[in-house]
Design a protein around this ligand. Structure first.
Ligand SMILES: *[C@@H]1O[C@H](CO)[C@@H](O)[C@H](O)[C@H]1NC(C)=O
Ligand SMILES: *[C@@H]1O[C@H](CO)[C@@H](O)[C@H](O)[C@H]1NC(C)=O
Ligand SMILES: *[C@@H]1O[C@H](CO)[C@@H](O)[C@H](O)[C@H]1NC(C)=O
Ligand SMILES: *[C@@H]1O[C@H](CO)[C@@H](O)[C@H](O)[C@H]1NC(C)=O
Ligand SMILES: *[C@@H]1O[C@H](CO)[C@@H](O)[C@H](O)[C@H]1NC(C)=O
Ligand SMILES: *[C@@H]1O[C@H](CO)[C@@H](O)[C@H](O)[C@H]1NC(C)=O
Ligand SMILES: *[C@@H]1O[C@H](CO)[C@@H](O)[C@H](O)[C@H]1NC(C)=O
Length: 446
């Protein structure tokens, strides 16, 4: 007899999940339909004490219910928020569990009516999503890596941002959760009444510090950060045609979406059949720590003139961000409401270290999930692939990204602990490049 078992022991859940994993290799893709049940995590198990098998087909109803956090209608100091239970789509992906749209943005613009800013992070970085949200005139899709006890802290921080942050968080941000199957949430912890009370009664006036977020499970277990998996999850969950796959500490200049849509609408009129696939690149800058991040190119140019801003990674990896004709780019000052194309380039062999961030679509190749963040160069194989596919890179003239204030300098210690990961990424990188050449054919200019 199949029953919903609330508060299952985590071992049986993992066994249950491993059974799914085996099927995954057969079906390649598997998604669970979620049935809301209670405020407690529950899984459906075959209660025959032998197998935790599927009920028939690849699709299985599973209730995996974590509390949802609607934005309270009342005051900022909120107790006992009314809870609605949301719907979750859960996917087992390799060794990872993905909970997609753990919280979905309230606003969902039409597929061709906006551009989604897609990004990823761990709980100590999630507050940047609120800053991005206030600058981005469209939806955000954020994938959060939260193994073990990090999951609780991630949920607390998301709840705080939803309930106490700028209202654009609940309106425009969709959150997805990712953790290792081996490090699923501890059921005891999830069901600890004190923890549950904390989700529901966030005291906004007490501030983020009062959440006591201290879990560092990822570091303690030395789990490398699966940055490209997270990038792909966030990008694939976007519900618009155009997407910007960025990093969570990179703040966009303001009003990009509306101007960008205007630009591509005009382009479509001119070039009916584009000769090569294209993406739209946004230059990146960094500013001194004590300054607000510039919101417009006018502000940026003024900071550059005062030497209070510089090109991103200028002091750590200049060639990773050195884009064509950049000294001319910083001299051009279009009017704030205009957006055009500054220059068109190929990512050729002279730009082989370039890791631009761009607006594209979900038709572009995904990021390679075998590369880790620790090992660096995690976006380069994707750029190589764009080269093999003969992409044009359009640099926008009046849109940019700026790193959360603070200029990064190179750090020997950082370089040292990363060394084993860098070696591993380099090995993986050569193999990926070879596979790509086998797939698309060799191009000598890449
Ligand atoms: C399996 O059976 C044993 C003994 O009959 C029982 O104690 C245990 O709770 C059962 N386990 C499950 C998962 O139902
Ligand atoms: C859950 O999904 C069903 C069917 O798609 C929908 O009718 C319902 O409103 C959803 N519930 C919530 C809380 O989102
Ligand atoms: C959105 O725009 C793309 C590219 O112009 C087009 O191929 C697609 O059909 C459009 N989709 C919808 C739903 O309008
Ligand atoms: C949120 O999204 C809507 C619709 O996509 C957009 O108009 C708005 O500018 C976005 N940002 C904020 C801060 O509300
Ligand atoms: C919320 O936090 C504020 C500031 O720390 C405190 O004064 C207030 O009593 C708290 N409210 C509740 C209901 O705990
Ligand atoms: C955070 O820690 C302080 C001091 O240890 C404690 O008084 C407070 O209740 C904790 N808050 C939460 C939300 O756990
Ligand atoms: C700025 O550009 C917009 C749109 O291209 C145009 O309508 C406006 O007149 C321009 N303003 C100035 C001061 O040039």
């Amino acid at each position: 007899m199949a029953t919903f078992r609330c508060l299952p022991d985590s071992k049986s859940f993992i066994r249950f999940v491993i059974a799914f994993n085996v099927l995954l290799t057969l079906f390649n893709f598997l998604s669970f339909r979620i049935t809301p049940r209670s405020h407690y995590p529950c899984v459906l198990v075959e209660d025959n004490n032998k197998s935790y098998s599927l009920e028939g087909s690849r699709k299985q109803k599973v209730a995996w219910v974590l509390p949802a956090h609607p934005r309270p209608q009342v005051s900022t100091e909120t107790q006992n928020v009314e809870v609605t239970i949301g719907n979750w789509t859960v996917e087992v992906h390799g060794n990872f569990m993905l909970i997609k749209n753990y919280i979905r943005a309230e606003l969902t613009p039409g597929f061709n009516e906006s551009v989604t800013f897609t990004t990823q992070g761990t709980h100590p970085f999630l507050h940047h999503a609120e800053v991005i949200c206030q600058r981005w005139d469209g939806p955000l899709s954020v994938a959060v890596y939260a193994p073990g006890t990090d999951l609780l802290d991630a949920i607390k921080k998301i709840s705080f941002l939803q309930q106490c942050g700028n209202s654009c968080v609940s309106r425009n941000v969709s959150w997805h959760l990712v953790y290792d199957l081996n490090f699923g949430p501890s059921i005891e912890e999830l069901n600890n009444p004190e923890n549950i009370a904390r989700f529901f009664s966030i005291n906004c006036t007490a501030g983020m510090k009062a959440l006591n977020l201290s879990s560092n499970f990822r570091e303690a277990y030395r789990l490398s950060y699966p940055i490209n998996l997270l990038r792909n999850v966030a990008r694939l969950q976007a519900e618009t045609y155009y997407v910007l796959s960025s990093d969570i500490e990179l703040y966009p200049s303001v009003n990009i979406v509306s101007r960008f849509l205007h630009l591509v609408a005009e382009e479509t009129g001119v070039t009916a059949v584009p000769s090569a696939p294209r993406v739209y690149h946004l230059p990146i800058f960094e500013v001194s720590a004590n300054l607000p991040a510039p919101a417009t190119k006018r502000e940026l140019v003024s900071l550059l003139k005062q030497k209070k801003a510089t090109f991103f990674h200028k002091l750590t990896c200049d060639k990773c961000q050195r884009y064509p004709r950049r000294n001319e780019w910083v001299k051009i000052l279009p009017n704030n409401s205009a957006l055009g194309v500054f220059t068109v380039t190929k990512r050729n062999k002279y730009l082989s270290s370039w890791e631009p961030i761009y607006i594209g679509t979900n038709n572009e190749p995904l990021y390679n999930e075998h590369l880790t963040w620790e090992g660096k160069r995690d976006k380069m194989s994707q750029m190589y692939e764009l080269c093999l596919l003969n992409y044009d890179i359009y640099t926008l003239d009046n849109a940019f990204l700026v790193h959360a204030p603070g200029i990064k300098r190179s750090n020997k210690k950082d370089q040292k602990w990363r060394m084993p990961y860098i070696r591993k990424n380099n090995r993986v990188y050569s193999r990926i490049l070879k596979d790509l050449r086998d797939k698309y054919g060799y191009r000598k200019d890449c």
